[in-house]
Design a protein around this ligand. Sequence first.
Ligand SMILES: [Zn+2]
Length: 258
Amino acid sequence: MGWIRNWRRRKVRSRPFPVEWIGMIREHSQFLDEIPTPLVAKFQGDLLVFEEEKEFFGAGGFEVTEEVRVVISAAAVRLVLHLDVSYFDRVSEIVVYPSAYVHPDHDGVILGQVSDWHAVVLAWDAVVSGLRNARDGHDTATHEFAHVLDRGSGAFDGTPILRAREDYGPWARVLSEHFLRLRNGGRRHRRLLREYAKTNEAEFFAVATETFFEKPRVMRRRAPELYGELQKFYGADPASVRDAQLERDGRDRDDRND
Ligand SMILES: [Zn+2]
């Protein structure tokens, strides 16, 4: 990272965090409550930087408001809470459609996609419904920003830039094992990861990321090694966060799908 960008980022981070942004994020999601107190300032700084640096464009008649920018930026930087926001440096544009749209190059309806190295394309209705239910394993914004992390390594193959050189061996072994088990119809895996993860390694990583954040306890139980690799990369332990929440709420909630 160049020193000019470094200096600019320091200035952006030192701005007061707009309190109204908290309400905008809470309106659509619950993850603010899961951010550990010592990381709140880091999260807010990343959010200021992301929202400032990325250009947002509305498409298909969609008007990008401050709320749209803030909610999408929050969903992105939440993924790198324990990593550096520079993981998103290759992305310069976020294109937002009003709803799931049909892309001319595809035969199906696309909810969001990383169209090239510099742009992320999202459907606002899919972003909203993905964030609203934080426990169903579907989160479009998380899925698309996981693709961005993947592509940061220069290839679109289900492997982002890992923390250490020695992480690549276990990562490749564990992810390929689980990918193949899913393809070969392993029942535990079909119930854990949705069908789309079978498409290729990149989709496997993106869907596994959604499951890691939305159904962490189920993943830890059914695929502990896969959970462990994602935990090592993201630096997050969402299953323990849910454990603590359940502890606090007195375990009176049905937690089978966490
Ligand atoms: Zn995908």
